[in-house]
Write a protein that binds this ligand. Structure first.
Ligand SMILES: [Zn+2]
Length: 344
């Protein structure tokens, strides 16, 4: 009986996993033309407005926080329609924006290989370019395969992987410690292109980092005071930097964020058994999940009463979310509330 359930579940999972992590069902090429990237409207007071182009939402929001009241900073978020960084391809218009901007901020992992070509078009030789992974240096971790997790299917021939080098976990913004370093670097870049306001950027960044630090302390206190120290994802797992900061253990169906992955019987069985063994009351997903894997894991536990909760990894935050008031800090605060419930 149990095997039969698993077979049916596996079929559903195979179908449901063709969209990449945090991604909506829209294909990147369909939506690229439809919605213009989010743009703040900078009033060009002295003909000196500075333009900042970012890829993902956390970068965009950090620039907003650092710029503060300065209406001379014009910010564009390229990935604003739900297509995540693993699937994004720039339009010609995006390339133009990057080529002419003053500050360009991107993650810099395997998903951003297109950036090199885009930067080759740059006309502004004084452009400040921030690559998050480079900025963090040795704090960047390789993707990790924990027990029970399925690796990415390697399409490459044997030996080719080594030539490509290690795969880094790109989701560095999910560590509040990393974020403070990145905010500092962004403030410095803004101050370099706009020296008149450099002090303001520095003090805004300091004030904002105090908030990040305070939230980081709250996460630590929550984890330290918790009775549960393991979280389990019926999904991909982009939160490695977050759990590492607080010493949480984790299990998950898949590593990081590969676009093509199928959950096997073994994976479901392993995770269901872990829920039972550890007495977990929660199975997590990331944002925009159809929750099928999480449901299947729970259906195959003894108690069948675990709850599904989601943590938002901010990989597909949209312009609508921005218009509705989304902030990096607000989302990380919400994530803490969800985590707190799961760790009780
Ligand atoms: Zn991802």
């Amino acid at each position: 009986m149990k095997t039969k359930n698993l077979i049916m579940a596996a079929m559903v999972i195979t179908i449901s996993l063709f969209t990449g992590c945090g991604q909506t069902s829209k294909a990147p090429t369909d939506v690229a033309e439809e919605t213009p990237a989010v743009e703040s409207t900078a009033t060009d007071v002295n003909g000196e407005s500075i333009s900042v182009v970012t890829t993902i939402f956390p970068e965009y929001d950090w620039v907003r926080q650092i710029a503060g009241d300065n209406a001379n900073v014009d910010i564009t978020m390229l990935l604003d329609n739900g297509v995540d960084l693993h699937s994004y391809q720039p339009t010609a218009e995006d390339i133009m924006k990057i080529a002419t901007c003053d500050v360009f901020i991107y993650v810099g992992g395997e998903s951003d290989e297109w950036v090199e070509d885009a930067l080759a078009e740059a006309v502004n030789s004084d452009m400040q370019v921030i690559n998050l992974l480079d900025t963090l240096g040795d704090k960047v971790r390789e993707e990790e395969l924990v027990e029970g997790m399925e690796g990415e299917e390697e399409e490459a021939e044997e030996g080719e992987e080594e030539a490509e080098g290690p795969e880094y976990d790109e989701h560095v913004w999910l560590s509040l410690e990393n974020s403070q370093l990145l905010v500092e670097a962004i403030a410095k870049a803004l101050g370099t292109v706009d020296t008149a306001n450099a002090d303001t950027y520095t003090s805004n960044a300091l004030a904002y980092n105090e908030k990040l630090k305070a939230l980081d302390e709250q996460y630590k206190a929550t984890v330290d005071g918790a009775s549960v120290n393991t979280i389990l994802f019926g999904d991909r797992f982009p939160f490695r930097y977050l759990v590492d900061d607080y010493g949480l253990n984790y299990y998950a169906a898949f590593v990081g964020c590969s676009a093509e992955t199928e959950a096997s019987f073994e994976t479901i069985q392993f995770l269901s058994a872990k829920v039972d063994e550890l007495g977990l009351k929660t199975v997590f997903t990331i944002e925009n999940s159809d929750q099928k894997i999480a449901e299947t894991i729970i259906a195959n536990t003894d108690s069948k009463d675990a709850k599904i909760l989601s943590l938002d990894s901010m990989q597909s935050t949209t312009s609508e979310d921005v218009a509705a008031g989304a902030t990096y800090l607000g989302i990380m605060e919400e994530n803490l509330k969800v985590l707190e419930e799961a760790l009780k």
